[in-house]
Structure formats: C-alpha cells, structure tokens
Design a protein around this ligand. Structure first.
Ligand code: SAM
Length: 249
C-alpha cells in the first residue's frame, strides 16, 4: 500500500478511542494532552504508530460510523453487511432501496452490487446522503432519487433485490413485487415487533421463503488476563425480514 497522502481521510486510534480525520498540513489531533501532528503522518506507511496514536486507512465501517453525517437513524454495519449478502448481491446484481435516509446502507450496497437505485422522499435527507457518498468517493454505481417511492416510475421485473427501510412498508408491497425479477430477493428493516407482525399479515401470496431475525453483537474486553464481554452492549437495533418473490402462474 502507498504511504499516506495530504488530503486523504485516515482512521486514528488512541487507546479505546477512534477518530476519522482529513490529513491537512499544519493541523493536528489533541487527545488527553497528547498531540498528533498531521505533517508527521503524511508520507508515512499505513499502520504507523506515533506516540500512543495508530494511523490506518479507514474501512467502509469506519467511514459510516465516524464520518457519515446522520440526519436519520442509520442501518448499522452489523445489519447492513448481513443484509447485502442475504439479498444475494454481487457485482452483477441490481438493487433498489427506499428510503435512502443518510445513505449508510446505500454505501454498503454500492461496494457489493453492480447497480444501486435509492429513493428518498425528503429533500434534506436526500442532500445529506448525496454529500456523505460524495465526500468519501462512494457513488459510481449509485443512482440517488429525491422522490417518494410510491409515486416514482419504477421499471418492472428489473431488480434482483429490493430493500425497504421505511416506517410503513405495507402500501408498497405490490409495487416492490412488480419491480423484482422472478424469484428476486426482498428485505425489510423494522424497529418494532408490531411492525413485523403487520408486515407478516400483509406479505402473504407476494413473497415466500420468509425469514425473520435480529442480529445481536457483543464486544469483548481485549485484556488477555481478564477476557470477558464489555459491560454494555446495544440491546436492539431492528428486526430484519427477508423473502423471495413468488410468481403466480
Ligand atoms: N437506510 C437508511 C440508512 O442506512 O441511512 C436509513 C433510512 S431512514 C430510517 C428512513 C427514510 O425513509 C427516511 O429518510 C424517510 O424520509 C424515507 N422515506 C419514508 N417513506 C418513503 C417513501 N415512500 N419513499 C422514499 N423515502 C421514504
């Protein structure tokens, strides 16, 4: 890998804390009276240690968690990366999602799918997502639309997968079904059990092979002599519902 260049974003780790910063000459990061001068980082290889600081190139997870501006609740990487693979995405697949929100799931899809169409009804959120994707150079294969999915003209039998992250997905199920190729994959993210129950009641006949799950992620303290889980964890983010398009003959 090449050495760090002026103007690029880097992940800086200082004990238990992480920072995403742009390497601008003469600027620095101060943590607990320790100073990391960015001039000392520019030109150094990835993984360099300077005092108590470690510097790396950020992963997509780092960019989303530390760099994305959030105007809406985002889909966290623990869910987003699973969703992308569960929908069967690869470089040849077309995926549609709504709503875009802050663009976190969109960014993950853009790394894995061939083509991403993403609809956001609210202009402010659309602009935030666009800015987030552009800031980190994630946009080549993404088409962002500032449009309500319910009113948008969507090609039929066109998408390999559709993902729905809106509070009320029920009115859109027919349209999602029509937009999918035969056997295409569908996924939904829903924060409450009530929403899941209502979705299951509405989904009949349109989608099969239904699965409902949630992903719990527990971090561990990294001390070999006292290895054990962290005291606190995120107890719940959302339920995930997956299915496949049923074709009636
Ligand atoms: N998945 C996004 C992420 O990871 O950043 C977060 C999505 S956010 C929870 C839900 C978004 O759906 C909101 O920004 C909302 O404005 C948008 N929305 C709700 N109904 C919509 C519709 N019918 N068409 C397009 N966007 C819609």
């Amino acid at each position: 890998m090449s050495s760090f260049k002026e103007g690029e974003y880097v992940l800086i780790v200082h004990n238990d804390r992480k920072f995403l910063r742009k390497l601008i000459p003469k600027q620095s990061l101060n943590v607990k009276k320790e100073v990391l001068k960015f001039d000392e980082v520019i030109g150094k290889p990835e993984g360099v240690r300077i005092g108590s600081f470690e510097v790396y190139r950020p992963t997509l997870e780092d960019l989303i968690l530390l760099g994305f501006e959030r105007k809406t609740q985002i889909i966290y990487p623990k869910d987003a990366f699973y969703i992308a693979f569960k929908l069967g995405l690869n470089g040849e697949k077309r995926v549609l999602e709504f709503g875009t929100g802050s663009g976190a799931l969109c960014a993950v899809f853009s790394q894995i799918a061939g083509e991403v169409w993403s609809y956001e009804a609210v202009e402010e959120f659309y602009k935030t997502a666009k800015k987030n994707l552009e800031r980190f150079g994630i946009k080549g294969n993404v088409k962002l639309f500032n449009e309500d999915f319910g009113k948008a003209e969507i090609p039929q039998n066109y998408f390999d997968a559709v993902f729905v992250d809106v509070r009320e997905p029920y009115p859109y199920l027919e349209k999602v079904h029509q937009s999918l190729k035969d056997g295409g994959s569908v996924g939904f993210l829903l924060p409450t059990a009530n929403q899941v129950i209502k979705l299951l009641e509405s989904i009949n006949g349109l989608f099969g092979n239904i699965e409902v799950l949630e992903i719990l992620q527990r971090y561990y303290k990294r001390v070999p002599e006292r290895f054990r889980p962290e005291d606190q964890m995120v107890g719940h983010t959302a339920y995930l519902v997956f299915g496949r398009k049923l074709t009636s003959l």
